[in-house]
Structures are given as structure tokens and as C-alpha cells.
Design a protein around this ligand. Structure first.
Ligand code: CA
Length: 227
């Protein structure tokens, strides 16, 4: 099992490396987000431990960029900022778990084991709800075996909805998660609504059963139960 630590504080990174090596993990350390990004895109890791406070590009930026490129590797973020907001931002950006500094090493190990276990069954190359399927490798989308042609943005939107299926998704979540908007801008709501409508025409209109539902005043929900 190979773990990448992205952490600029030498002492913390060193302690983590020693601890993890004692537990027989293979460890690489990157001291900047840039180096970490480079390593992740050039080597295969089973898990990434990512510090949020990094010089230049911070952890959230790195994580969002990696997830955007389709990286599925579990990411555990380390954060000194114990506020709900920071956790939500981290999890929204695609983190699988987080740990607040300072933490006890056994807890870190327990979280890592849990993520690695989950990672093995979770290596999703396909996302599916009902008879709607997305192949993340070939980027093909089918419903009831029929190919659905999507634009890049429609694909990203559908992927986000599939990854959050069964949950009510607000326009704000879509603005951040699909359009990478940092602040909520009114004009984006229209863009979101138009894109959702186009996606629905393709994935739902030709079929009997609706999967993508609009929840008035709240947002959208993709799921088996939608009618
Ligand atoms: Ca740091």
C-alpha cells in the first residue's frame, strides 16, 4: 500500500512518514501542493494525506484539481481549522475524510485503514442509477442500453448528480461542484437551470420513468424514487 503525504511542515511530514513506515506502508512525501499534484498524476497511490495549509496552491485547490481530472484515490485531509465550514469545503472538494490537527496517530491509522478498505470496493469506473449508466473511463452514457450524447458540461453535471444520488442538490452546490464558482452569482442560476433542462431532455424525456426531479425552491434530486 502506497501513501502520498502532501505536507509542507517538515516535522509533521517526517513524523507521519516514520509512523506509516512502521506500519509497513510505502510512503512518499511532497512538500508543496505542486509537487504533490505532479506525483499523483505520475504515480499510483492507494491513499493521499493532504494538508490544507500549503504555500501557494492550498490543499483545497489541489484536491479540486485532482478530482476534476478524475482521480479516484481516497484523500484524507489534515486541517488545523476546526470549523464546520472548512470541513464542508474539504468534503465538497472531494475529500473522503478529514482529521483535525493535532491528532492521535492511532486515530490516523484507523481512518487510513477504513479508507483503504472502502477504496478497494469503491474503485468505481461506472456510476449508475436505475437503467442510467455512466462509464467514467470511456465517458459513455447510456440509458436502457441506448447511448445518450452529452456535452462536456452536461456530463460533468450528470456525474455530480450520480455521485450524490438520492440527495437533494442545491443550485449553490452545483455552482461550486460543477461550475467551480467561488461566490454565488445570480446569472449562474440560469445557466444551471438551462443545463439541467437540457440534461433532462436527454436522459429522461424519451423514457417512461423520470430519474431527475426538480424540488421547488430547493434544487434537484437524481434517484430511483423520482417520478
Ligand atoms: Ca501545512
Amino acid at each position: 500500500m502506497k501513501i502520498l503525504i502532501i505536507e509542507d511542515e517538515k516535522k509533521v511530514a517526517g513524523a507521519l512518514r516514520r509512523g506509516l513506515e512502521t506500519d509497513r506502508y510505502e510512503v512518499r512525501v511532497a512538500a508543496t501542493g505542486e509537487d504533490g499534484f505532479f506525483l499523483v498524476t505520475n504515480e499510483t497511490f492507494d491513499l493521499v494525506i493532504l494538508d490544507l495549509m500549503l504555500p501557494k496552491r492550498d490543499g483545497i485547490e489541489i484536491l479540486a484539481a485532482l478530482r476534476k481530472r478524475g482521480l479516484q484515490t481516497p484523500v484524507l485531509i489534515l486541517t488545523a481549522k476546526d470549523t464546520v465550514e472548512d470541513r464542508v469545503v474539504g468534503l465538497d472538494a472531494g475529500a473522503d475524510d478529514y482529521l483535525v490537527k493535532p491528532f492521535a496517530f492511532p486515530e490516523l491509522i484507523a481512518r487510513i485503514r477504513a479508507l483503504l478498505r472502502r477504496g478497494r470496493t469503491d474503485q468505481v469506473l461506472r456510476l449508475r442509477v436505475n437503467d442510467l449508466e455512466m462509464d467514467l473511463v470511456t465517458h459513455r452514457v447510456t440509458r436502457a442500453g441506448r447511448e445518450v450524447e452529452l456535452t462536456g458540461k452536461e456530463f460533468e453535471l450528470l456525474e455530480y448528480l450520480l455521485r450524490h444520488q438520492g440527495q437533494t442538490i442545491s443550485r449553490e452546490m452545483l455552482a461550486q461542484g460543477v461550475w467551480q464558482a467561488t461566490a454565488r452569482a445570480t446569472p449562474l442560476d440560469n445557466v444551471i437551470d438551462v443545463t439541467v433542462a437540457r440534461l433532462r431532455r436527454k436522459i429522461d424525456d424519451p423514457f417512461d420513468r423520470r430519474l431527475l426531479k426538480t424540488i421547488r425552491g430547493v434544487g434537484f434530486l437524481l434517484g430511483e424514487a423520482a417520478r
